[in-house]
Ligand binder design. Sequence first.
Ligand code: 5RP
Length: 261
Amino acid sequence: MSWGLQNRLAHIIKPKNNRTVMLAIDHGYFLGPTTGLEKPRKTIEPIRDYADTLMLTRGILRTSVDPLCSTPIVLRVSGGTSILSPLSNEGISVDMEEAIRLNVSGVALSIFVGSEHERQSLLNLTKLVDQGERYGIPVLAVTAVGREMTRDSRYLGLCCRIAAELGAHIVKTYYCEGFEKVVENCPVPIVIAGGKKVPERDALQLAYQAIQCGACGVDMGRNIFQCENPAAMIQAVRAIVHENKNVGEAYDLFESLRRNY
Ligand code: 5RP
C-alpha cells in the first residue's frame, strides 16, 4: 500500500483501535429526499463531529458540509439509477480527479452480486480500485442486497470475499447470523450498515454483535439520523465501537444524553 493510501485509510479507520463510526448520509443518491435528510445541513451539523467519517455524495458535500469541517469524507461514487429503476444498473458517477479535488479520504461504490448487472458492478469496482491505487485513494465496496437476495452468511460471505479479492480496501455489508464467518473469510476490514430504522436498543444490539464478531465498525445511517435524538444515538454507537461498552451501558448513555439535549 502506498503511503498516501495508508494515510487516508487511517483517517477512516482510527489506528488507535482499528475501529470506526462512519455516518452514512448518501441515501439520496437513489432515494431522493430520504426521511431525516430532507434538509441535509440541518441533520449533519449537530452530529458530524461525533462521526469518524462522513459517507455522502458530492452534491451533499458541496451544498451541505462546511469546507472547514475536519471530519474525513468517504465519497459515494456509484450511481445512475433511482428507486424507480433496477438499482443494480449503476455506473461510476464521479471522476477520481474530482474526488481528489474534494480532498476525500476514500471513495465508495456498490456491488450487486447475483443481480442482473453483477458483472458491470464488479468491473466498476475493479476500475475504481485501479484508479484508487494510482492516486492513493482507498475504495470501500458496499455489498448491496436486492429484495430477492437472502441476507445470510453464505451470500454476504460471497459478496465480501469477492469485493476483497477484486481489491476493495474496506467492505461494507449487513450483519447476519453467523457473521463471524463472513468476517473470518474477508481479508479486509468490514463495517456494517444499520439497515432500516429499528428501536434504538435493537440498533445498538446490532452494532454490538457486529463488533463482537470482528467488524471494525459501523457505517450507519437511518438508525442515527432518523432517531428522534441523533446526537445521543451516535454517541451511544461510539460507546460500543470505541469504548467496548455493552448494549445496556450504551442504551443507558443514550437515555441520559437524550434527556439532556
Ligand atoms: C446504500 C448505502 C447506505 O449508505 C447504507 O444503506 C447505510 O445506511 P443505513 O444504515 O441507513 O442502512 O450504502 O447502499
